[in-house]
Design a protein around this ligand. Sequence first.
Ligand code: HEC
Length: 152
Amino acid sequence: MQIMPRAWVVLAFIVTISFACGPTPSPPSPYQPVASVRQLMIDVIDPAADVVWDSVGTIVSADGIEELYPKTEEDWNSVRGSALIMAEAGNLLMMEPRARDNEEWMEMAQAMVDAGSAAVSAAEAEDVERIFALGEDIYYSCDNCHMKYDDM
Ligand code: HEC
């Protein structure tokens, strides 16, 4: 009979496939989360966002109007570095055990990554107006998430 060997080949194939595709135990994660969401907010994200927000603006006082913007290389380095911290901290929010769900939380953390990395590019280009405009995007990326998830 011709059919038998062929059937064995098919069976062997199926067995191979099910081994290859079967659930494999995932290796333990190498990440060791240190900060809670709250600690990240207070010690990492908020100070970094403040540097970006405070870097550009207008101060009106009795002495007149002062335009505020990064001037030296050092000023720009500080804005760029803080934008980078903010962007990468968005990734930290998406990690276990900080992510609150796999949907909106992820989108909102991603929005912070996007706003932060846009600010990194603007700082690299030393684009004052763009930094100012992105300040608003950054603000909304924080606020949207707080409206939904910050129940304090
Ligand atoms: C993906 C969601 C998310 C994003 C994005 C986010 N936050 Fe938060 N934030 C939270 C949550 C949740 C809490 C409450 C944490 C807690 O108390 O356990 C919080 C709390 C805070 C707090 C502490 C408030 C308090 O109770 O004293 C500060 C400050 C803060 N966030 C700043 C920011 C800033 C600034 C940004 C944007 C640059 C930002 N957050 C973006 C989710 C987010």
